[in-house]
Design a protein around this ligand. Structure first.
Ligand SMILES: Nc1ncnc2c1ncn2[C@@H]1O[C@H](COP(=O)(O)OP(=O)(O)OP(=O)(O)O)[C@@H](O)[C@H]1O
Length: 312
C-alpha cells in the first residue's frame, strides 16, 4: 500500500512557484530519499504533507486518505523531524517528548511508556531530567527525533536531520533511521548530502526548482548516466583555467572547478583525454594528478541540473 501519494501539487508564494505540479508516491516500508539543493522545494513539500502549508492545487493522501479531509488521521500517522530544531529549552528532556506526544492524544501510562521508549531509542534515557539548553547540536537533534516518534507514527519525515552536527551524532541518526525502518516505519529522508541518501535510501527523488527531475533506486538513477565518465584533474594551486575552452572539447558534457581540482564529465564513447591535456598544456597549466571516477548520485545530479549539490 502507498503510505503517501502526492498528486499534481503546486505551491506558490506570490508569483514564485516553490513546488511545481509535483506527483510522487511512497510505498509502506521504504526509506525514501528527497535529494535537492537548498531552495529546491523540499521543506515546502514536507510542510504541505504535515498540513502546515496548504497547496494551491493538487492532492496529498496518507494511507489513501486526503490529509485535509482526514487531518487527525494524517497527523496521527506522520512524525516530522523539522529542519530547525523545535524543542523547548525551558522544559526537561522528558517534558519535551511528553508535550509533543501528548498533542497526539496519548495519556497516562501509555504516554509515559512511549515517551520512555522514544528517549531510550535516541539514547537520551539518562538525560531524562536535563534541560536541552546544555545539549550539543547532535543531542538536540536526537531529542527532536524522540519528539517526532513517541506517538509511533507510520511515516516519519526527516528534514535534513544531520546538518551542522558532529560525525558521531550523524552516524547515530543514520543508524536510527535504519532501525526505525526495520521496526516497520516508512521514512522520508531529506538531504543535500548525497552520500547519506546513497547509503540509506531504497528509492530517491531528485528535486530541482520545485520539480522531481528523476526518481528511482540509486542503480536506476546511476543508469541515467552510464554514458558519462568523469576525470578529475588536479592542477597547481592558484592557476587559472579557461573552462570555456575545456567545455568546447568534443565529448565534454560538463566542467566543474573545486579549488585546484577540475572535474570533466564526458561522453563515455568519446576519447578526449589527449585533447583535454593538450588544452591545459597549451595554456601552460601545470597538471599535478589525474584520476577517473565511477558515477555516483552527485554525478547524476550534475548531469541532470548542470549544477553541483555541493555548491549550495
Ligand atoms: N514562506 C515563504 N515565502 C516566500 N518564499 C518561500 C517561502 N518558503 C519558501 N520559499 C521559497 O521557496 C523555495 C523553496 O524553499 P524550500 O525551503 O522548500 O527549499 P528546500 O529544498 O527545503 O531548501 P532548504 O534546504 O534551504 O530548506 C525557496 O526559493 C524559498 O526561498
Amino acid at each position: 500500500m502507498n503510505i503517501l501519494e502526492i498528486k499534481n501539487v503546486t505551491k506558490k508564494f506570490g508569483d514564485f512557484i516553490a513546488v511545481d505540479n509535483m506527483s510522487l508516491t511512497v510505498a509502506e516500508g521504504e526509506i525514501f530519499g528527497f535529494l535537492g539543493t537548498n531552495g529546491a522545494g523540499k521543506s515546502t513539500t514536507i510542510n504541505m504533507i504535515s498540513g502546515l502549508l496548504r497547496a494551491n492545487s493538487g492532492e496529498i493522501k496518507i494511507l489513501g486518505k486526503d490529509i485535509h479531509k482526514h487531518s487527525r488521521f494524517a497527523k496521527k500517522n506522520i512524525g516530522i523531524v523539522p529542519q530547525d530544531i523545535a524543542i523547548y529549552e525551558d522544559l526537561t528532556t522528558y517534558e519535551n517528548v511528553k508535550f509533543f506526544a501528548g498533542l497526539y492524544g496519548l495519556r497516562g501510562t501509555q504516554l509515559h511508556e512511549q515517551v520512555e521508549k522514544a528517549l531510550e531509542f535516541v539514547g537520551l534515557s539518562d538525560k531524562h531530567k536535563s534541560y536541552p539548553k546544555s545539549f550539543s547540536g547532535g543531542m538536540k537533534r536526537r531529542l527532536n527525533i524522540a519528539c517526532a516518534i513517541a506517538h509511533r507514527p507510520k511515516l516519519i519525515i526527516m528534514d535534513e536531520p544531520t546538518v551542522g552536527i558532529d560525525p558521531q551524532s550523524r552516524n547515530y541518526i543514520l543508524n536510527s533511521v535504519k532501525k526505525l525502518n526495520e521496526m516497520g516505519c516508512t521514512i522520508i529522508y531529506t538531504s543535500h548530502y548525497m552520500e547519506e541518501v546513497e547509503e540509506i535510501c531504497s528509492r530517491i527523488a531528485i528535486i530541482d526548482h520545485g520539480k522531481i527531475i528523476a526518481e528511482g533506486t540509486k542503480e536506476q538513477l546511476k543508469a541515467i548516466i552510464t554514458n558519462t565518465k568523469d576525470v578529475w584533474i588536479e592542477i597547481k594551486p592558484m592557476e587559472t583555467i579557461d573552462l570555456n575552452k575545456i567545455e568546447a572539447i568534443s565529448g565534454v558534457k560538463a566542467v566543474q572547478m573545486e579549488e585546484n581540482l577540475m572535474k570533466v564529465s564526458s561522453d563515455v564513447s568519446v576519447n578526449n583525454l589527449n585533447d583535454i591535456i593538450q588544452c591545459l598544456i597549451n595554456d601552460k597549466v601545470e597538471i599535478r594528478s589525474l584520476k577517473e571516477q565511477s558515477p555516483n548520485l552527485e554525478t547524476v545530479f550534475l548531469t541532470l541540473t548542470g549544477r553541483s549539490l555541493r555548491d549550495h
